[in-house]
Unconditional design. Structure first.
Length: 77
């Protein structure tokens, strides 16, 4: 029986945005780095919150970190 992972997969643009979020960058800083509007970054963050069922930005970052740790554990196993 094959079970689906409960953690959602991320797409390339959101992966980039989420890695900057984990590093502690602001939406303005992320926008400058990716040459996008800070508002566009806010929309991406809102979509990530919905996808990961996070209540706020801190909760989202915690879930992103946990997702990355779980992914690294699976890669080493």
């Amino acid at each position: 029986m094959c079970r689906r992972s409960r953690t959602p997969r991320q797409t390339s643009p959101t992966t980039t945005s989420s890695s900057f979020l984990i590093e502690g960058q602001t939406t303005k800083e992320i926008g400058d780095l990716l040459q996008l509007s800070p508002r566009t970054i806010e929309h991406r963050i809102d979509r990530l919150k919905t996808r990961f069922e996070a209540r706020n930005l801190v909760h989202l970052v915690a879930k992103l970190v946990a997702n990355q740790v779980g992914r690294k554990d699976r890669e080493t196993a």
